[in-house]
Design a protein around this ligand. Structure first.
Ligand code: NI
Length: 216
């Protein structure tokens, strides 16, 4: 595959990521499994600076993760359905990889920094996997990180009835949901995105894809 083919493949993945938010597909993602072949790694997409805080309170940047593979998932701890499922699939894929799984750093980045404080993230991620790293930060820090990974998110306040309509603009209403791009992203040692795995994929398929890159 030449460079222009690789880039056009990459752009098709990004377009699908973008379309998903407009159709509100968080709960019903029907994406094809779009993979970027290893030849596309030279693309600058998904590379970029971010600065966040991990669930132990330590400041981290993208540079701290260079040299290792990452599985990155953006979501939030209040997510009722999709996030917990996707995180369990991500962790199951790492288990399937056995010894190679130790080469992968699983990362959960919140799209809801207002509620997902360091302490909230800590109690959430430690229940899922001992090596799962939870990242949060200021709203600006999280927005920047989401942009690096092309993650769209939108907060909205469910309306119970007409009288609740004013709640829509009530900033103090804590009972909101965050619609967000749901994809597990494989990031290579140089910080480039290698694959995007859609909601609904099996852990076996993720593990098989990761093996292609790890055993190169
Ligand atoms: Ni979610």
């Amino acid at each position: 595959m030449d460079r222009s083919q690789a880039l056009s493949k990459l752009f098709s993945v990004l377009i699908i990521f973008t379309i998903s938010i407009f159709y509100g597909l968080h709960d019903d993602l029907a994406w094809a499994h779009k993979k970027i072949e290893s030849g596309a790694v030279s693309s600058s997409s998904n590379r970029g600076p971010f600065s966040l805080v991990d669930h132990t309170g330590r400041a981290v940047t993208n540079e701290d993760f260079l040299g290792q593979f990452m599985l990155v998932y953006f979501g939030y701890t209040h997510c009722p359905d999709v996030c917990p499922i996707d995180l369990r699939v991500m962790i199951a894929a790492i288990k399937i990889l056995g010894g190679d799984g130790k080469k992968i750093q699983p990362i959960f980045i919140t799209v809801d920094p207002e509620r997902d404080t360091v302490d909230v993230m800590a109690s959430y991620v430690t229940r899922l996997h001992p090596r799962l790293l939870g990242l949060t930060g200021t709203p600006d820090q999280v927005a920047a990180a989401a942009q690096v990974y092309h993650i769209r998110r939108m907060k909205f306040f469910p309306l119970v009835n007409e009288d609740d309509r004013q709640n829509e603009v009530n900033a103090n209403n804590a009972h909101y949901v965050v619609d967000h791009t749901a994809a597990i992203i494989l990031v290579g040692p140089d910080g480039s995105g290698l694959s995007g795995f859609p909601h609904g994929i099996t852990p076996e398929a993720i593990a098989a894809d990761i093996k292609r890159f790890i055993n190169q």
